[in-house]
Design a protein around this ligand. Structure first.
Ligand SMILES: [Zn+2]
Length: 317
């Protein structure tokens, strides 16, 4: 039905333009086409993001926990997306392996080199691990926490390969966040060859982008780094989601400074911004499932994350 109305509207436009031309006998200058804000704001591949969120949070992926055989499905999905995106890897490949509590764990790192400042790096990241299964074998799906952040980060790798940034960007998918930010901590203490901490200028961390039941999402970290307030100020007026700032000091209801992987960067005095929704009733429960996601809200929030990276790349010294 929508297509029929659209066709009718186009026909009306054509007819009215034709009538105008006949009456005035003047050349018709079409009005400039101003794209709606939403079209330019949403730059990420929403179909890919939806597919990845759905797959990562499915029963088959068994809660994405190191030590379980099925965790290999998460590794394969992440690696194949990085490969499809066309991004580079460090010399040892996309995988950064480490061991913790006797289990092999894996971070994944994609790289797009900057066109103007290749030695200045922004790390865009999200943890892919979650809680496995409960004592009865029921899967902790982790759709919001954090299949959502992974799907957004992988879509950003694709976007920035096609729209080259001026600074180098590392797209990081962390393991071991749920057991104490282990993957990101390993990374900052064991950087790939050629990289040192002084070259890492910022960390953007996504953890829980998809629920936003009250239509709000939080940017946390600006009380530590107020000079980056522009990342919130410039974007909040452009988004349908209410983008709020807080949860980063002791006087707030909660202080999220060390509650996700940005904490590993904060420990090294690297500025960060964390984007995520408030805790919800399904947080860390087996009911954090794909069907609870509002796809449009998720798409919007993932694009807030992307717009922060685009702006940061433009403004970072
Ligand atoms: Zn999380």
């Amino acid at each position: 039905m929508k297509n029929i109305f659209l066709a009718a509207a186009m026909l009306t436009t054509i007819v009215s333009c034709g009538q105008k031309e006949l009456v005035t006998d003047a050349p018709v200058t079409p009005p400039p086409v101003v794209p709606p804000v939403v079209a330019s704001f949403r730059v990420l591949d929403s179909t890919q993001m939806d597919n990845d969120l759905k797959a990562l949070s499915s029963d088959a992926f068994k809660g994405r926990k190191a030590g379980m055989a099925e965790v290999v499905l998460s590794h394969q999905l992440i690696q194949s997306r990085l490969r499809q995106a066309g991004v580079d890897s460090f010399a040892t490949g996309f995988m950064q392996e480490f061991s913790y509590l006797g289990l092999d764990r894996k971070n994944f790192l994609g790289l797009v080199k900057g066109t103007l400042y290749p030695d200045k790096y922004i790390v865009v990241g999200a943890h892919f691990d979650h809680l496995g299964v409960d004592g009865s074998g029921v899967v902790y799906h982790g759709a919001d926490d954090n299949a959502s952040g992974v799907a957004a980060t992988l879509a950003m790798a694709k976007y920035f390969h096609q729209h080259k940034p001026t600074h180098s960007i590392i797209f990081a998918l962390w393991d071991g966040e749920e057991i104490g930010l282990r993957g990101s901590a390993y990374f900052v203490n064991n950087l790939p060859a050629g990289l040192d901490l002084s070259k890492i200028k910022f960390n953007l961390n996504a953890d829980m982008l998809a629920r936003s039941d009250n239509n709000s999402i939080w940017a946390s970290g600006l009380s530590h780094y107020p000079e980056y307030a522009y990342l919130v100020d410039s974007i909040k007026s452009k988004s349908a989601t209410q983008l709020k700032s807080g949860y980063d000091k002791p006087t707030d209801p909660q202080d999220w400074t060390f509650l996700s992987d940005h904490g590993s960067f904060y420990n090294k005095n690297i500025p960060y911004l964390y984007l995520g929704v408030e805790d919800h009733p399904d947080y860390h429960k087996v009911t954090d499932t794909y069907d609870k996601i509002n796809p449009d809200r998720f798409t919007e929030n993932a694009n807030i994350f992307a717009q922060m990276a685009i702006l940061l790349d433009r403004k970072l010294n």
